[in-house]
Design a binder for this molecule. Structure first.
Ligand SMILES: Nc1ncnc2c1ncn2[C@@H]1O[C@H](COP(=O)(O)OP(=O)(O)OP(=O)(O)O)[C@@H](O)[C@H]1O
Ligand SMILES: [Mg+2]
Length: 254
């Protein structure tokens, strides 16, 4: 069974950046196959990884609900949806990408959702790693992706507000039917020394800091040039920092 690494945290703190750097790290270390999953309806993981996305799981759901009779003869609904799902997976040399897209519209999508969720769960077994980028907040995690997360990277910027969002998510973990095996805190745009107030709050939450990522000017350059995270230099400060985080993540799996 593949390992699921997911990110969660407040908006704009660096979830997509971190998720794409995890994909980059795994690719750079020759780990394959890896599936990157964009579970944020305002998806931009594809863009960050330099991929133009044309179709999402949401599109399949919509299309199917509009024309439920459109199943080709000789095929059942499950097979048909799985066939469509396979067409949504974008294959690249270093990793594959699946974009979940928009959430449910009107009407009951339960059956379709169940089939799609089961398919996503089964996908994890065909990959060594599944890296899931999430929207801010957490509730959707239990609905939309596999109920199992092997490593949850809680992302905060260097702010108490970011940290409080992490605390809310952390407290929520108990209530969600999510099976989170390991978790760690990543502090983005962090100075070298974290101040006492910040550290005291971290201690209170009860989650270990697995890495701090400094403000990296290379990321701004990449953003402006619409470049792919896959092209970020190994020497860049954030790539180095996420490398350190990944060493801990992989050690936790060992
Ligand atoms: N360590 C860093 N140094 C410099 N810039 C950073 C760093 N981490 C993230 N950024 C920048 O901050 C912005 C927000 O990052 P990102 O999109 O990864 O956040 P997010 O948590 O995924 O946001 P959202 O909640 O909107 O999905 C991006 O422009 C990104 O390039
Ligand atoms: Mg994001």
């Amino acid at each position: 069974m593949g390992k699921v690494i997911a990110v969660a945290g407040k908006g704009g703190t660096g979830k997509t950046t971190t998720a794409s750097q995890v994909v980059r790290y795994l690719a750079a270390n020759g780990v394959s196959p890896v599936l990157a999953v964009d579970a944020d309806p305002n998806s931009n993981l594809g863009e960050t990884l330099g991929i133009e996305v044309e179709k999402t799981v949401g599109d399949i759901r919509e299309g199917f609900m509009k024309d439920p009779q459109g199943v080709p003869s000789g095929m059942d609904k499950v097979n048909y949806l799985e066939l469509l799902m396979n067409q949504v997976i974008i294959e690249r040399k270093d990793f594959d990408l699946l974009v979940m897209g928009r959430q449910e519209g009107q009407g009951c999508y339960c059956m379709v959702n169940n089939i799609l969720n089961r398919f996503t769960e089964e996908l994890a077994s065909s990959y060594k790693y599944m890296v899931v980028d999430n929207e801010a907040g957490m509730e959707h995690l239990s609905r939309r992706t596999s109920g199992r997360v092997d490593y949850l990277l809680l992302i905060t910027d260097y702010s108490l507000r970011g940290l409080r969002a992490v605390k809310r998510i952390h407290d929520m973990l108990e209530d969600l039917k999510l099976d989170v095996k390991h978790k760690g805190l990543v502090v983005t745009r962090a100075p070298e020394d974290l101040n006492g107030t910040f550290l005291a709050e971290v201690k209170e939450i009860g989650v270990e800091i697995v890495g701090t990522v400094p403000d990296d000017p290379q990321l701004a350059v990449l953003d402006m040039e619409k470049g792919s995270m896959m092209d970020l230099a190994d020497e860049s400060a954030s790539a180095q920092a996420v490398g350190g985080v990944m060493e801990k993540v992989l050690a936790a799996f060992a």
